[in-house]
Design a binder for this molecule. Sequence first.
Ligand code: PLP
Length: 221
Amino acid sequence: MTEYKKVFDEISEVSGGKGVVLVAVSKFHPYEMVEEAYREGARIFGENRVQEMREKFPPKGERPEGMKVYLIGQLQRNKVKKALEWADRIESVDSIPLIDKIEESCEALGIDMEILLEFNSSGEAQKSGFSSEDDLMQAAEHAAGCSHLIVKGIMTIGPLGSDEEKNRRAFKRTKDLYDKLAVIYPSFSVLSMGMSGDWRTALECGSDEVRIGTAIFGERA
Ligand SMILES: *Cc1c(COP(=O)(O)O)cnc(C)c1O
């Protein structure tokens, strides 16, 4: 048993049936836990390392019906091809050179790929992501010009710690930026923010996708 159902029901209740997507973050947990969550209704899983994702999940096309894996952790350029072969979406795109590398590898593989641009909404130095609104707007424009990329929206990780007001400021800033870009780019439909400790605040601020690990699978080893 995982807590998937419980978390899913809580999210549905809080979001009032808005259809928020729940990404079950399975990093550090074995595939048996993924299968359990799948039986309980989970379909989209999040992993933050390319190697772990490839070792854990079956290749695309050999997975149980509807199972998808999103890469949510920092991606090095030399691992892009390996990531694209396995992931259904890259949610942690954090530089223009990385955008170019993904586009080039998509071309070589003959595929298109959904991406989210990561925004460093807290300004914390240890976080990745575009750190200013201008940088993110430029990245969106650049990515929109890449024929193999489907820019679905923005992902952010809230500030460290559990200061709710601080979280709210970071999430509101991200939502404002998302709204600006969504007017320009019709492919935008995903604002991914909220984890085990801050998803309620994120939903209040307009998130439509939460990425939850600990509350579903328990503490990571
Ligand atoms: C690990 C991780 C999560 C899930 O965090 P929990 O606090 O365990 O829910 C969400 N997003 C990213 C980018 C992560 O690396």
